[in-house]
Design a protein around this ligand. Structure first.
Ligand code: DOR
Ligand code: ZN
Length: 355
């Protein structure tokens, strides 16, 4: 850190990102690629990224949207289904192409129809992952409609995650996008092989935001944002610099037509505002010295990867940075997730060309 108004950190990474495909991919990728070193790319496309071959092709489509030799590295994941053969994991390991395997409980979220119907069914695959040191990325919510939506994370921990960790203590697990105090406490109690990504929106808003001024679909994501006490627990853990907590935007763009309707899609597109709002959180919590751990060090360490060699510089401006409300995608638009407070932090060095 240089002064109160300037901060230099190693180039950050995004350990949980939805880039989609086609024209959406083209529209949203530059926001990640200009700033982040690496990002873990979620596999919940339609159809999902189910094989090593699918992942290789998707990676190529991503890189084709960037200038040759651009430094952004998409880290690919597989979408686990009841039918994924253990051999696919062995192939993934030998090809060295995959960073992890994503487990969506069936029906838990967007494009999870092909997800796992019961974790017991995929135990063989998980054993192979444990053996090969392949991380498991979990959407940690039960999809049981009898369980209150605000309890789905804690029930998942009790019913699924704890038994799994006991059965496979060497399996490296990321319980993605922690959203509750119970989830935070669970990660804090883990001695090893468990980490969690933290999203900007779970740091910034609580469930009141979904209803403030009328029902707002642009505050709807999964896991759904919870009580203020949950938000504060997530904030405290993130700004503590604890290595088990690291940035994963969960930026999840949907067209307005898909968000602003009955049965609207879960997910917020936050990547263009993510870093400046997170700096604001660390500043407000007087923890700027922990920003680099959260954004640039902890995730790399968890995944056993080197920290990015270069740095970025942010400066605090005197007047708020003008906010973009939405971006065009084809004939439609995607709304940018905006914290209520104005943004004052701007990246002044380290942005990369994406065209
Ligand atoms: O809000 C969310 N949106 N949560 C998820 O788990 C999936 C994501 C998406 O793909 O839109
Ligand atoms: Zn996600």
């Amino acid at each position: 850190m240089k002064s109160k108004n300037e901060v230099v950190v190693k180039r950050p990474d995004d350990w949980h990102l939805h880039l989609r495909d086609g024209e959406m991919l083209q529209a949203v990728l530059p926001f990640s690629a200009e700033l982040y070193g690496r990002a873990i790319i979620m596999p919940n496309l339609r159809p999902p990224v189910r094989t090593v071959k699918d992942a290789a092709a998707y990676r190529r489509r991503i890189l084709n949207c960037l200038p040759a030799g651009h430094g952004f590295q998409p880290l690919m994941t597989l979408y686990l289904t009841d039918e994924t053969p253990p051999a696919e994991i062995r192939l993934a390991k030998s090809e060295g192409l995959l960073t992890g395997v994503k487990l969506y409980p069936v029906g838990a979220t967007t494009n999870s129809e092909h997800g796992v119907t019961s974790i017991k069914k995929v135990y063989r695959v998980l054993e192979v992952m444990q053996e090969l040191d392949m991380p498991l990325l979990i959407h940690g919510e039960v999809s049981d409609p009898a369980v209150d939506i605000f309890d789905r994370e804690s029930v998942f921990i009790d019913r699924e995650l704890q038994p799994l960790r006991q059965a496979m203590p060497e399996l490296k697990i990321v319980m993605e996008h922690v959203s509750s105090k119970i989830g935070v406490d669970y990660v804090l109690a883990a001695e090893k092989n468990l980490g969690t990504t933290v999203t900007p929106h779970h740091l910034l808003i609580n469930r009141n935001s979904i209803f403030a001024g009328g029902l707002n679909p642009h505050m709807y994501c999964l896991p759904v944002v919870k009580r203020e006490a949950d938000r504060l627990a997530i904030r405290q853990a993130a700004v503590s610099g604890d290595p088990r907590f690291f940035f994963g935007s969960d930026s999840a763009p949907h067209r307005l037509v898909d968000k602003e309707k009955a049965g609207g899609a879960a997910g917020v597109f936050n990547i263009s505002t993510a870093l400046s709002s997170i700096v604001r959180v660390f500043e407000a919590e007087e923890s700027m010295d922990k920003l680099e751990a959260f954004m640039s060090l902890n995730g790399a360490r968890f995944y056993g990867m080197p920290v990015n060699p270069d740095t970025i510089t942010l400066q605090k401006t005197e007047t708020p940075v003008p906010a973009t409300d939405n971006i065009p995608v084809g004939r439609d638009r995607v709304k940018v997730f905006q914290p209520r407070e104005p943004q004052f932090w701007q990246i002044v060095d380290g942005l990369r060309q994406t065209k």
